[in-house]
Design a protein around this ligand. Sequence first.
Ligand SMILES: [Zn+2]
Length: 361
Amino acid sequence: MRSRLGERYGSLVPQDGMIPAHLLGNMWAQEWGNIYPLVAPATATGPGYNVTELLKQKGVEPVEMVRIGERFFTSMGFAPLPATFWERSLITKPRDREVVCHASAWSIDNRDDIRIKMCTEQTGEDLVTVHHELGHSFYQRAYNQQPILFQGGANDGFHEAIGDAVALAITPEYLKTIGLLDAVPSTAADTMLLLREALDKIAFLPFGLLVDQWRWKVFSGEVAPANYNAAWWELRNRYQGVSAPVTRSEAEFDPGAKYHVPANTPYTRYFLARVLQFQFYRALCREAGHAGPLNRCSFYGSKPAGAKLQAMLELGASQPWPQVLQAAIGESHMDANALMEYFAPLKAWLDRQNAGRTAGW
Ligand SMILES: [Zn+2]
């Protein structure tokens, strides 16, 4: 990334230092997928499609995007969402009032009154977010028979990972199946498909780790109010390798720009979810009998994969998470093996690209 951005922006991107955070296509520089077109090599075979464009071409409106997400779950054997979900959810931004647009999913009565709230736009990014939120919804409904104290994810990361694992199955083949894509790109396109995915999933890991590191330092008193902003950028520098675009001071409070900080929402869950979702995804792929590269697997329509997922979701928080993980996917630890397997073809390509370049900052 640093090398490609250096080719474009010159000395603004020092080749042995940090990348200015405003060049990465996201307000927090937390996911970098938006600048895929800037950094993809012109010579490589690309994915050949862009989900945002497909949605626009086919006129898929936000409510239909949520229907697409629901159908993924029902194809696996889950019951459809209740009528109240469609009546009471907020799916598009209202024109007559201010709302909190940050997407979220709610169980109102701890039974069947499940709803989502998001200002859905016709983009590929929001199609993924729809699946993410529905992962929460189907999880909430699946564990609604548990005692109230056990109505929750096996751990925080589980709850965030379910919909993401399903969204990983939005493969070219799947997009063709549902009529969004006309022709499936050849496997020659896989490296670039994976690059686009990694710009979001891999680039996020250091950010996912640092938000609570900052928060815990604040709570413990290790970081005093006089150093809130400096401590934030220290972590951003160290873990993400991104630098502030302009000089910052304690007159600014940049962590406050991240919703989860003022909203007091724990953040390590998203880091864990980025690891877990690949473990869930691989297990569901195996259950669906997938053969071939992991990144081309979709378990759309697989009842066995659905049954496996349902069994895990129903447990809620009734057992310690390592037991839930063991029962569900036969693994007792959260680890990055599945993630590494998923991105292995990209890793080999990147190693060749980076030969002779300096790593680190
Ligand atoms: Zn979530």
